[in-house]
Design a protein around this ligand. Structure first.
Ligand SMILES: [Fe+2]
Ligand SMILES: [Fe+2]
Length: 279
């Protein structure tokens, strides 16, 4: 098992541990047994769901681009991001392969329109926070889809991707903790990101906020927001609340505070701003 908390003095080789760990777990698109798809169990709702998933997964390249720029002075984190981006590209192609196997075409122009890099975050720490949130949400959503979808090949794919996303959340959290150890001045920007996502009445996925809602070509096409809508519709009423609890717990471990209540986040923000003013 790879460590989830950075050591006091990092040896800067965490990405190699991740690389070897992922190598052991890595699956292939050819493992999916697309030839065994149960077409009688494929309903139209799955098609628009998977199209939205493909559009979400297709944003890993602009993510990689942005990360390599923002972390140009951090080889270890950049190396991890390269490994992460390969897995996300695999998700993109794997869900696309399922669509192709059921004769559904994805408009390549939409994919191309997503290529532009993300805007840089307020700070690198804020960017890592956004990615922790993104990975926790997709891990949870894909896990729910894996039990809801009746077509077994698609259900298996959602489960595989969900497990990968859990690993991504863990690693981004590791690098966020490390970033805050080295750059405590980024804490305020990190808390602002947390506040935005965990106190919103709607479940916002960062890919929707920063990409799909801003790219004109995506209008009228399936997006990650449609995936979230399906998730909320098929889940018990307390699903979003449980997801918020999970986000608050994991992000709380990064900033070293209990973030269970909104007032906890506001107090942490006020303390961080005051500490910066004193510094
Ligand atoms: Fe993914
Ligand atoms: Fe991921």
């Amino acid at each position: 098992m790879i460590p989830s908390a950075p050591p006091a003095t990092s040896d800067k080789t965490h990405s190699f541990d991740v690389f070897t760990h992922y190598e052991r777990l890595q699956w292939k698109v050819s493992d999916l047994r697309l030839e065994d798809i149960r077409r009688d169990l494929v309903c139209p709702e799955y098609i628009s769901l998977v199209k939205g998933v493909v559009m979400g997964e297709a944003t890993s390249l602009p993510g990689l681009h942005g990360f390599l720029s923002e972390f140009h002075d951090d080889y270890d984190c950049s190396a991890f991001v390269a490994v992460w981006a390969y897995q996300e590209l695999q998700h993109h192609y794997a869900f696309r392969a399922w669509l192709k196997a059921v004769d559904v075409h994805i408009d390549q122009d939409k994919i191309e329109a997503l290529r532009e890099p993300y805007e840089a975050g307020i700070t690198p720490g804020a960017t890592l926070t956004t990615n922790v949130i993104s990975e926790i949400i997709v891990n949870t959503v894909y896990r729910a889809m894996s039990t809801w979808v009746e077509e077994p090949v698609l259900a298996d794919l959602f489960l595989r991707a969900s497990r990968d996303e859990a690993g991504h959340a863990r690693e981004f959290l590791y690098y966020l903790k490390l970033r805050l150890m080295r750059h405590p001045e980024e804490l305020t920007s990190v808390l602002e990101r947390i506040h935005f996502y965990v106190t919103s009445p709607r479940l916002n996925h960062p890919v929707g906020v920063y990409k799909h809602q801003r790219v004109a070509e995506m209008r009228g096409y399936e997006t990650v927001d449609d995936v979230i809508d399906v998730y909320l519709r098929i889940s018990p009423p307390d699903a979003m609340g449980k997801l918020q609890v999970k986000l608050r717990h994991m992000l709380g471990t990064a900033v070293g505070r209990d973030l269970r209540r909104n007032s906890d986040i506001r107090h942490a923000l006020a303390d961080s701003v005051a500490a910066q003013a004193e510094a």
